[in-house]
Design a protein around this ligand. Structure first.
Ligand SMILES: [Fe+2]
Length: 266
């Protein structure tokens, strides 16, 4: 049986991504050793390789203090800055669920759907010229509405949701569009005095490179205390999904969340 695929739609306005490459490192309390530098997986096109690599080496040596000035230099290289990479995190599902389709709110054979606020998550994958990237592989994974991942390393005592898929993968259409139906994830504790805000993890494979990022939600109180959000600095708007009301064919109490991703090489 072919996996369910949702037809991408064009929201009224598309979000903008103002991210830049980043090669720093962060330490978090929970499963910190599993945090991964996404740039280790990236390939860059020849024309920008030497300059970009030199800048990234400077970032690695200099740490976060010099992220923003150097990020500005990288951003100035092209018209559309690449999406700001973020850590893979400890809960990427190495063992994938049986079902991996675009509707994370329903699992075949289950009578009930996932708990939580339904969101229709969609957007485009573009290159740095703003050209749509057909056939890009878009993976998402996230916590459930209670802030719990269906992952053996997640020690959060919050309940699992047996009706939530937690992971999905799709390929973009000819306009570079992807679309998932999922729920808004809950935040989750990392230490007794620090909790991560709601976010959705993305891994996008274009023809030549791999982008790992996290999409945040606007107006979340936990955003301001999250190091992985704070490090975005002036590039914060590009990491936040654009929340829109549902269209008439959607659940009345659901939301559209639009987020475009810009990759390096096409
Ligand atoms: Fe996470």
């Amino acid at each position: 049986m072919s996996p369910r695929r949702l037809t991408p739609i064009k929201p009224a306005r598309s979000g903008c991504n103002r991210g830049v490459p980043w090669a720093g490192s962060l330490s978090l309390g929970r499963s910190a050793a599993a945090l991964t530098n996404p740039n280790e997986h990236m390939n860059y096109t020849k024309p920008v390789l030497s300059r970009r690599k030199a800048l990234q080496m400077a970032l690695t040596v200099g740490g976060t203090a010099c992220v923003q000035p150097i990020a500005s230099l990288l951003a100035a290289e092209t018209n559309r800055p690449p999406t700001f990479p973020n850590v893979l995190g400890p809960f990427y599902p190495v063992i994938k669920p049986m079902e991996k389709d675009a509707d994370l709110t329903r699992i075949r054979g289950h009578k009930r759907g996932a708990e939580g606020k339904i969101i229709h998550l969609m957007g485009r994958v573009l290159n740095m010229k703003g050209e749509p990237q057909k056939g890009s592989r878009v993976e998402i994974w996230q916590a459930n509405t209670h802030g719990r991942y269906s992952h053996p390393s997640d020690m959060n005592p919050a309940p699992l949701d047996p009706n939530f898929q937690g992971y999905g993968v799709q390929f973009t259409d000819k306009e570079g569009r992807y679309r998932f139906k999922t729920i808004k994830p809950g935040g989750y504790p990392v230490t007794p005095d620090y909790a991560r805000p709601p976010h959705i993890h993305f891994q996008v494979a274009g023809k030549k490179d791999l982008t790992v990022a996290q999409m945040f939600f606007p107006g979340e109180p936990l955003n301001a205390k999250d190091p992985l959000f704070q490090m975005l600095g002036p590039y914060t708007p590009g990491a936040i999904g654009q929340v829109l009301p549902p269209t008439p064919d959607m659940e009345p109490d659901s939301l559209i969340v639009n987020w475009d991703i810009t990759i390096f090489a096409s």
